[in-house]
Design a binder for this molecule. Structure first.
Ligand code: CO
Ligand code: ZN
Length: 341
């Protein structure tokens, strides 16, 4: 699982440019898929049909976003310095001193204009990318080229650190759950009474766009998003319950959605019955694909399982491996039994 997470997090995939991630995911899920398609926005939709003989199977959509935050070139000056616009929630506190990589392989380091006050953080329009060019003419990138933050995956004991843990760790949980639902019973796996649609979505970081079109297309009876949630367990953090190593978080609310209380109760019941640790999540900033699913068509009961993360949207997002393992366990337990809301 860690090897795959390393591969997933080290792959390039800012919003709208998820092709490499999709290729990797596709190769992993193809052996377990009953149907597989890519829609117009690039969402990879993987169907797992219910056990033969199941009546009234419910359509469940499980969404995990493939995209990550990134940068897009907006201007190159005469000396070859590159200015950019942000793709998604790029925080200025994490940018200076960072490295980026463009789709064409060009690398860049991030510098900033002279600051009037050395203690301030430069605004994003005071920040530039230095790609090693001597001037505009030999600059290897042009307007509209897309870059992702560049940082290798690393392990620190039970903690795993990488860029784009948001949301490749959710993608990993979806893949591993699909795998576990497909194993023969003799190998400890399970099957499902549901009609499952695992959707690897695009453009979440710019406003849950891929989830919106895929939820319309799939038209599910119930939706679950898999995403990260910022933890409140670091010095002077926002007062939030979520902590690393205490289990998957069951979302109750974030600023973009109120999770369906029946879905929340179903998740809590299942975690308790299977003795899987879990945390109650009320998130004070951000939202997930679950919002788009909930608001699709005439509305869909939806919830979200989150993996707690520190330093979200930095190039060093940190998760605890036990939370990843328990998320797979909980999602598998949810999907292999009837819902009974
Ligand atoms: Co994010
Ligand atoms: Zn996310």
């Amino acid at each position: 699982m860690k090897t795959l997470l390393k591969q997933l997090t080290e792959t390039f995939g800012p919003s709208g440019y998820e092709g490499d991630v999709r290729k990797l995911v596709r190769a992993e899920v193809e052996p377990f898929a009953d149907e597989l398609k890519v829609d117009a926005l690039g969402n990879l939709i993987v169907r797992k049909k219910p056990l033969k003989g199941t009546k009234d199977a419910k359509k469940i959509m499980i969404a995990a976003h493939m995209d990550e935050i990134g940068l897009m070139v907006s201007h190159v000056d005469e000396n070859g310095f590159v200015r950019f616009s942000a793709i998604g929630g790029v925080f200025r506190r994490y940018v200076p001193g960072g490295r980026v990589r463009f789709l064409n392989g060009t690398q860049g380091v991030i510098g900033y204009d002279r600051l009037d006050n050395i203690n301030e953080l430069p605004a994003l329009d005071k920040v530039y990318i230095d790609v090693g060019a001597a001037g505009k003419k030999d600059c290897p990138v042009k307007i509209g080229d897309v870059a992702a933050f560049d940082r290798p995956f690393t392990e620190m004991g039970n903690r795993l650190v990488a860029k784009s843990m948001d949301d490749r760790v959710g993608v990993l949980v979806a893949i591993e759950t699909l795998r576990s639902l497909t194993l023969p019973y003799a190998q400890g796996g399970a099957s499902t009474p549901h009609d499952l649609y695992f959707v690897f979505t695009t453009q979440e970081e710019v406003g849950v766009r891929g989830a919106a079109t895929s939820a319309y297309g799939v038209d599910p009876d119930l939706g679950i998003a898999l995403d990260v949630t910022p933890a409140g367990d670091t010095p002077k953090a926002l007062k939030m319950e979520m902590a690393l190593g205490k289990g998957p978080c069951i979302k109750i609310q974030d600023p973009g959605m109120i999770a369906d209380p029946r879905v929340v109760q179903w998740m809590i019941r299942t975690a308790e019955k299977n003795k899987i640790p879990y945390q109650r999540e009320v998130l004070l900033m951000g939202s997930t694909d679950a919002r788009a699913i909930q608001l699709a068509r005439a509305g869909v009961p939806a919830g979200c399982l989150s993996i707690p993360v520190r330093y979200v949207h930095s190039p060093s997002e940190m998760v605890d491996y036990s939370d990843v393992q328990n998320s797979v366990k909980l999602l598998t337990a949810l999907l292999r039994a009837p819902i009974g809301l």
